[in-house]
Design a binder for this molecule. Structure first.
Ligand code: SF4
Length: 195
């Protein structure tokens, strides 16, 4: 598997904010979002054993597969071996590909951050929608079934422009107050200056 990086930090966004976790970032993505803020293309080929050895150096049981797009490479053997070690397995995905090899039946938590493409993943435990401002069409996101009713998150898009970010954050808060099925997700790792 081509892995961009493996690191230990706190989950910065959504339902698991503040949770210590090992992040396994897979290289490559099937989409090309203009606002993508992750360098995920580079990486090194690692075996299942090498990934497990790296991810097991840290005291947490929470493992987050992220990317890029982890469904492109995730395998049954990596998932089963990590489960045998007692790990809690969480995937962050754009949801546009189904999980291979019936992994949806065994992965513990699926966070879907939809982009401008149809959703094909089998299950959504947490929905995290990037909000770009007032007027965004939310109908398709409202229609998505989410396992946990209180896990529909709106996250203000960081466009790297302080004035525009202030407007997007205000629009996000406004939208949530008008549509209380949504909750606010902030990129707290950026606010704290951690990874
Ligand atoms: S789906 Fe995510 S990782 Fe892939 S290009 Fe879009 S923002 Fe980047």
């Amino acid at each position: 598997m081509k892995i961009n990086e493996i690191f230990y930090s706190l989950q910065g966004e959504g339902h698991w904010t503040g949770t210590p976790a090992v992040f396994i970032r897979f290289s490559g993505c099937n989409l090309h979002c203009g606002f993508c803020d992750t360098e995920h293309n580079s990486g090194r080929e690692l075996s299942v054993d090498e990934i497990i050895s790296e991810a097991s150096k840290y005291p947490t049981q929470h493992i987050i597969f992220t990317g890029g797009e982890p469904t492109l490479q995730l395998t049954r053997s990596l998932v089963d071996r990590l489960h045998q070690l007692g790990k809690y397995l969480h995937i962050e995905t754009n949801g546009t590909l189904p999980l291979p090899d019936r992994l949806d039946e065994t992965i513990d938590w699926i966070t879907v951050s939809p982009k401008d493409a149809p959703i094909k993943i089998q299950r959504i435990d947490e929905l995290k929608v990037i909000f770009h401002g007032a007027g965004q069409n939310m109908a398709s996101f409202d229609a998505l079934p989410v396992t946990h009713a209180d896990c529909r998150y709106l996250q203000p898009c960081d466009v790297n422009n302080p004035d525009t970010n202030v407007r997007i954050i205000a629009d996000t808060i406004d939208y949530i107050k008008q549509h209380p099925q949504w909750r606010l997700s902030l990129q707290t790792h950026k606010l704290l200056g951690i990874r």
